[in-house]
Design a protein. Sequence first.
Length: 194
Amino acid sequence: MSGTVISEWDGLRRCPWGGLEAASAADYRVYHDTEWGRPVHGDDALYERMCLEAFQSGLSWLTILRRREGFRAAFDGFSIAKVAAFTDSDVERLLADPGIIRNRAKITAAIANARVAAEWAPGELDALIWSYAPERAAAAPRTAADVPATTPESVALAKDLKKRGFRFIGPTTAYALIQACGLVNDHLADCHAR
């Protein structure tokens, strides 16, 4: 697969990952066309994306997409207040839930992160994450090779979140969050979703 946009059966040009010719294409296509790179606001919504990006670490994003509803059910809709109240029995429940990724480190990090965010004022997580949006939009990437894995903003965001007590968020995960939540627009220049 080339690193440039691909033309699809529907006549639209997409980023190469957003139009895979496989059974997974529909899942990726919908996410690519309607969600990825669009601005996300709200503490709970951003907490959800942060958790999902952390759970994706080391796995395919398709794995997370296909389990997203299971994650939402298991984590009470990613309500920060509700997840912050989870106990050891909730950890055991989550470890037995086949609808999610059953990784103890990722599960306990999601709960610990909710406990940190629950101590903040409403809107504070949203304001913190969005404060790391680049001041100027970068030139539209022409190929997938032009899209970085990390940026100075993602390095700084990860460092800031860790300093505040967040876990399981490094510069690459932070950049995936920045991309997914629309702080940057990394759709390729010729992609219809740009």
